[in-house]
Write a protein that binds this ligand. Structure first.
Ligand SMILES: Cc1cc2nc3c(=O)[nH]c(=O)nc-3n(C[C@H](O)[C@H](O)[C@H](O)COP(=O)(O)O)c2cc1C
Length: 392
């Protein structure tokens, strides 16, 4: 077993013990450990390539995804970890989120990049604040990556939350152009980070500025694309389901290619009701001290329900072009993936659930999932434009 896999398994055992420390100390410990663990994990190249059953592949927007699941944004913020993803069997690879300017991320109470796992609840909180080295530096890294087994490369990008609106626009458009030149296969626009000023998970309160931003981005970038480069928009799992049909209509009219539900939640009272009692002191300390976004199992019902709502809106009013729904939030098992695909998602991404499985299976994290997935008939990707699943 590699050192990182060993650390991950040890972590699986130690986490509950560490969570019995006073919250302030356990959070400081895990905020440090997360950084160390991530940097080790992405160097832990599997010794044997994971074979992906060919029937798991699916073609969306003319891009061949090797399977319907890959990492959610925020895991490889600076373009690291591609070889790991490609060799361990991920369906694709997603870098970012990046912003125009380099960001150090958040720090408070002597805790840098605050993070807390809730292991017994299969959940976590983070208040990282989009730390990253910037669009230009990451575009350079992605441009130089040798492709492995044609594993597609995506990148998540966001407006610079600290910039004035005109320079934030200019910065985002420059970033998107750099990513286009770098040869990435798809872009995810992060419109829902709860950990920075100017972004929000409470979409219903900021709909107008959001639509203006998206329209401006469409005008300055989407309509000028000179090659196939799908752009999807990521919203929070807190999105009000009532506005989903309107939101989809707007995205399709503007020329976006898909939607992702979604990002972490700031609905603390609801999430807390799904966190086990022994983890309430850490949950309360984290949300009161930092706020932040909750990830993992507490998001599963909202993300699935948003996917369902999106699918029925797209079925009722089919788009003229290919448009896909991606589910993120609480995806952890093969049956979560199947349930997502059956309800209208064409792809899934995972973060908390990925590390839950990694702590048990190490480098075989995708291999193990695929063994389980092979037991199910796997639905094809939905193509709402023709209202029928399409062939991979
Ligand atoms: C530590 C951490 C960092 C994250 N960073 C980002 C990010 O940079 N951009 C983004 O769009 N989402 C980010 N997310 C949210 C995830 O991509 C995902 O939407 C969320 O965690 C829900 O999925 P999950 O339940 O599988 O964890 C982050 C999540 C975590 C836990």
């Amino acid at each position: 077993m590699s050192l990182t896999a060993f650390f991950a398994r040890l972590d699986g055992v130690m986490r509950s013990a560490a969570m019995r420390l006073p919250p302030e100390y356990s959070i400081r410990f895990y905020s440090q450990a997360r950084k160390y663990f991530l940097s080790r994990h992405e160097r832990d190249i599997p010794k044997k390539d994971v074979k992906i059953p060919p029937e798991f592949a699916r073609s969306l927007w003319g891009i061949r995804f090797r399977s319907p699941i890959f990492n959610a944004a925020g895991m490889y913020k600076n373009g690291e970890g591609y070889a790991w993803c490609a060799l361990s069997g991920a369906g694709a690879y997603l870098a970012g989120t990046t912003t125009y300017s380099t960001r150090q991320g958040n720090e408070r109470n002597n805790t840098r990049l605050p993070f807390a796992p809730y292991p017994s609840s299969h959940a976590a909180s983070n208040w990282l604040g989009l730390p990253n080295i910037g669009h230009a530096a990451v575009a350079k890294i992605l441009a130089s990556i040798p492709r492995i087994y044609k594993c597609p490369i995506g990148v998540s990008a966001a407006f610079d939350p600290s910039a004035s609106s005109e320079s934030a626009f200019a910065g985002l458009i420059e970033g998107l152009e750099l990513y286009s030149k770098a040869g990435v296969d798809f872009i995810e626009l992060n419109e829902s980070c709860p950990n920075t000023a100017g972004h929000s998970s409470a979409l219903q309160f900021s709909l107008e500025p959001l639509l203006l931003r998206l329209d401006e981005t469409a005008r300055r970038f989407l309509r000028k694309r000179s090659r196939n480069l799908p752009v999807i928009v990521k919203f929070s799992t807190d999105t009000d389901p009532d506005i989903v049909p309107f939101l989809l209509d707007a995205l399709i009219t503007m020329g976006y290619d898909g939607v992702n539900f979604g990002n972490t939640s700031t609905n603390y009272s609801y999430c807390k009701s799904l966190v086990v009692k022994s983890e309430h002191p850490t949950f309360d300390y984290f949300t009161k001290t930092f706020g932040g976004g909750v990830s993992g199992k507490p998001l599963a019902d909202s993300s699935l329900s948003l996917v369902r709502t999106a699918a029925s809106a797209l079925t009722a009013k089919p788009p003229r072009r290919e448009f896909h729904v991606i589910r993120v939030g609480g995806v952890e098992t093969a049956s979560d993936v199947v349930e997502s695909l059956e309800n209208g998602a064409s792809l899934t991404e995972w973060y908390a659930g990925y590390f839950e499985n990694y702590s048990k299976y190490g480098a075989n994290v995708y291999g193990k999932l695929y063994d389980e997935l092979s037991k199910f008939p796997l639905p094809k990707a939905f193509n709402f434009a023709s209202s029928s699943p399409q062939e991979a």
